[in-house]
Design a protein around this ligand. Structure first.
Ligand code: DGY
Length: 321
């Protein structure tokens, strides 16, 4: 009998996921959720046939060279910008991700950030907790309207569509910017426009596009200056799409009204300015963080690994060519 393939799971996962994988793999896993230095990851991965990684694990030529037996990388994330797909393809390493299972939870979070930012929920809560609420006033904590305004969605894939679907309940005009026309734009009542037009017109801008070299700093000083001074910006996609330094400047100067951010350049480190500007809502990359969504992600990564171990087609492969 062939020995079971060797799998490394780089982060703590739910017990049912380990149970699902155990019959098929000889498992080494980081169930203590220790913060591994890069050298530890490379050493622990060195004799593995399979890796279960997350978005903070960089799978690059260095790691691939350190793992000569590696045949599959399953990431517990829908995003795969941390994986060098071309390098995986060259070495015959297959890759999978976790689409769909997090779509609705992530779209909910986009709305949570949009609403909290527009209506200044966190700013006013901090003020209240600081004991500063002495009396009610007509002009206290005035925020931005959401109902009946214009929503601009940058990136109209699964999550962008789910964000747009929710906007119907708010009777919003929906503009989107995407490389290709969304096949469901009529159903969503969404209109495709150039990025500059979207930035000029939208009262609320939500970023849901994948990160790549082409989308690095897609929202920088020029784009922020194009937005309405009353507009809000939400990023639930990836750090690096927004130039965080330019955003801090724009928020400080009142060039836009506020921002709701779940992702950051260099996270978990934050641009220090983000902690000092009041009109920003900050969450720690929790867009998909509901139990059902996170279990779904980890289980889908496991199903891809089981398919690999049993010679079946991967349920959600990522093209590496
Ligand atoms: C994803 O799935 O890409 C989320 O950002 C979690 O990493």
């Amino acid at each position: 009998m062939n020995p079971r393939p060797k799998l490394l799971i780089t982060r703590k996962v739910f017990p049912e996921v380990i149970e699902r994988l155990a019959p098929y793999f000889d498992i080494d896993s980081n169930q203590d959720d220790d913060e591994w230095p890069r050298a530890t990851l490379l050493a622990r991965a060195a004799d593995r046939d399979a890796l279960f990684v997350v978005a903070s694990d960089r799978v690059d030529p260095e790691l691939l060279a350190a793992c000569p037996r590696l045949r599959i990388v399953a990431t517990g994330s829908v995003g795969y910008n941390h994986i060098d797909l071309a390098a995986c393809g060259e070495r015959g390493v297959v890759v999978s991700n976790t689409p769909d299972v997090l779509t609705e939870a992530t779209a909910d979070m986009a709305w949570a950030l949009l609403m909290a930012t527009a209506r200044r929920v966190c700013e006013s809560e901090h003020w209240l907790r600081a004991g500063k609420w002495g009396r009610w006033a007509f002009d206290q904590w005035l925020g931005a309207d959401v109902y009946g305004t214009t929503l601009g969605i940058v990136g109209m894939g699964r999550i962008g569509s789910a964000v747009a679907r929710r906007a119907r309940g708010f009777e919003m005009r929906v503009l989107y910017h995407n490389r290709s026309r969304a096949p469901n734009e009529a159903e969503l009542g969404a209109h495709r426009v150039e990025l500059d037009e979207l930035l000029r017109e939208a009262d609320h801008v939500v970023l849901v596009l994948p990160y790549s070299a082409a989308t690095h700093h897609a929202i920088g000083a020029r784009e922020l200056a194009a937005m309405k001074p009353t507009a809000t910006l939400v990023n639930i996609a990836r750090g690096g799409i927004v130039d965080d330094a330019a955003l801090v400047d724009a928020l400080r100067a009142g060039r836009i009204a506020g921002a709701g951010l779940d992702v950051y350049e260099n996270e978990p480190a934050l641009h220090p300015g983000l902690l000092t500007v009041p009109n920003v809502v900050l969450t720690p990359h929790v867009g998909s963080a509901t139990r059902s969504s996170r279990v779904g992600m980890a289980m889908l990564a496991a199903e891809n690994l089981v398919a690999f171990a049993t010679g079946a087609a991967l349920p959600t492969p990522v093209a590496t060519a």
